[in-house]
Design a protein around this ligand. Structure first.
Ligand code: ZN
Ligand code: ZN
Length: 261
């Protein structure tokens, strides 16, 4: 068994749940501890059964619930040492610094890799279980070749489709914020997400499921993200529904629980 559920994902909060036959983990805890506990209950899971929490980076939309959750519930915490430092946590037998990039929890292998984003050591994750790969890449300004290499074997991909570039340009944000979002270390646009998906699908012939995630509240909406990506794929001869499944994560509630294996 290898399952995935997005508890929430968007510019206001992110939390991913992954489950194998023997291991349950969360990636990011960017909403209140109470809401995380409740969301897990909604899919029939308990926070008490979570073995480990991994953090992608220090921004509040990925760490908001950590302090309370960690104080109240027992799990191992994994984050890059610069993120631990920023959160005033020092490594001990429950708090582990992600340095070598690989963590094995029973048969689940979790590999982390750096994403180009404006927070120190922002990480993406690739999880391997019985020859299937689930990857999560959100909060990246562009797709570098090293990111591309890590995502290559993905069967199941959670990918940022943060904004529509035109909506950012004509939108209400001040100039410096627009530059940040559109910059090389900001967030990935719908267009860039579509191009990456098409490249992965064509070059690797493995990708079967994509979840668009981390949508901006002001500069995107679910139907626009879906249509923009579908259009790019269509131009490349890839038909959503026939060649791969495309879904969009919700900002305020959980998705279905998807079975990868
Ligand atoms: Zn961020
Ligand atoms: Zn974020």
């Amino acid at each position: 068994m290898f399952e995935y559920c997005s508890l929430v994902s968007g510019s206001s909060g992110n939390c991913h749940f992954i489950k194998t036959s023997s291991t349950k983990i969360l990636i990011d805890v960017g909403l209140s501890a109470r809401r995380i506990v409740k969301s897990l209950e909604q899919i029939g899971e308990s926070i008490e059964d979570i073995d480990a929490v991994f953090l992608s980076h220090v921004h509040g939309d990925h760490t908001r619930g950590l302090e309370v959750l960690f104080r109240r519930h027992g799990f191992d915490l994994y984050a890059h040492e610069s993120v631990l430092e920023a959160l005033h946590l020092s490594p001990n037998d429950r708090v582990k610094a992600l340095t070598g990039g690989i963590v094995d929890l029973d048969a689940l292998r979790i590999e982390s890799f750096e994403l180009p984003h404006d927070a120190p050591m922002t990480l993406g994750f690739r999880m391997g279980y019985n020859d299937k790969f689930l990857s999560i890449a959100t909060d990246l300004g562009h797709v570098s070749e090293s990111v591309m290499e890590m995502l290559r074997p993905s069967d199941f991909l959670i990918l940022e489709a943060n904004h529509d570039e035109e909506l950012v340009r004509v939108g209400p944000y001040p100039y410096h914020l627009k530059r940040r979002i559109l910059g090389q270390e900001g967030h990935l646009s719908n267009e860039a997400a579509g191009r990456l998906i098409s490249r992965l699908y064509k070059e690797e012939k493995r990708l079967r499921f994509v979840m668009l995630a981390h949508l901006s509240e002001k500069n995107n909406y679910p139907e626009l993200a879906r249509i923009s990506v579908e259009k790019i794929l269509e131009e490349e001869g890839i038909e959503v529904g026939r060649d791969l499944i495309l879904d969009v994560a919700h900002r305020d509630h959980c998705t279905a629980v998807y079975r990868i294996l």
